[in-house]
Write a protein of this length. Structure first.
Length: 278
């Protein structure tokens, strides 16, 4: 565990765990990339990892995740649930925000079929439709602007062209039909439990067109998932969202390379592929 973000995440998780009397003697790192997930007995602590580099105030994203997950849990939707005793947070330790979650036994998400993923996502959408809380309105468009502002100096002089691409792609997005979305609805954010598909990671939730979530789903799981979703959606209608997703992924790879320099080549290759395509 040589990466400073992982070490800092574990230290923050243990500090919060000690504060609330959780078993911290043998913390187990379950994940260490976008967020550092540390199991402390029956509880999993979530601490920003790479997302620390990408977000102005990561605690706001963690708070959103808790609020949405509480809302869905209270309405009987199967999601990874935040703790209530101790409170889920965000808490702060060593300058880092930490949220606490019930450990949820599960199999890898790859064991779920595209139909199961799509149908369970539809249940999430239906329940979120009446969510009364405040949510971002621009979602990945605004997030990408932040990435370009904060990390553009690392992107091989491509920022002016990337900004032009963002403006072009954003202009093609629908201006109506906004609704609460998951925000990052790929198979990595749903796990197979004994009770069924269980969604997690609502940090990226925003109020936007349904096509964004369906484009992420389609890019990950293909036409079979899209056809299983209970709405008439032509794959061709998702192209503006797919273009935005591809553009976002280019910038995100450069953020990853800030933390893991050995992955710089992946970012450069993604940038080259993107501009070959447009």
């Amino acid at each position: 565990m040589t990466d400073e973000h992982t070490r800092a995440g574990v230290a923050a998780a243990v500090a919060v765990g000690d504060r609330y009397g959780l078993p911290t003697g043998t913390p187990a790192v379950l994940h260490f990339k976008s967020n550092v997930l540390v199991r402390l007995g029956p509880v999993v602590a979530r601490v920003p990892g790479t997302t620390r580099l990408a977000r102005r105030a990561p605690e706001d994203w963690l708070a959103r995740d808790v609020a949405l997950s509480e809302y869905l849990t209270e309405r009987g939707v199967l999601v990874v649930s935040p703790t209530t005793d101790p409170p889920a947070g965000p808490h702060f330790a060593n300058g880092l925000p930490v949220t606490l979650w019930h450990y949820t036994p599960h199999e890898p998400g790859e064991t779920l079929s595209p139909r199961e993923v799509a149908e369970s996502l539809a249940r999430v959408h239906a329940t979120l439709a009446d969510y009364p809380g405040e949510l971002p309105e621009l979602g990945p468009v605004d997030d990408l602007r932040v990435l370009l502002d904060r990390h553009g100096h690392t992107m091989d002089g491509a920022v002016p062209r990337l900004r032009e691409e963002l403006a072009r792609v954003a202009a093609t997005l629908p201006a109506d039909g906004a609704r609460p979305l998951h925000g990052d609805a790929h198979r990595g954010n749903v796990v197979a439990t004994a009770a069924g598909p269980c969604w997690l990671d609502f940090e990226d939730t925003w109020r936007g067109p349904l096509g964004w979530d369906l484009a992420v789903l389609y890019a990950d799981l293909g036409a079979s998932a899209l056809s299983a979703y209970p709405a008439e959606v032509a794959p061709s209608s998702l192209e503006p969202f797919l273009a935005l997703r591809r553009l976002f992924e280019v910038a995100w790879r450069f953020v990853i390379a800030q933390r893991f320099p050995e992955r710089r080549g992946e970012a450069e290759a993604a940038l080259e592929r993107y501009f070959r395509r447009v």
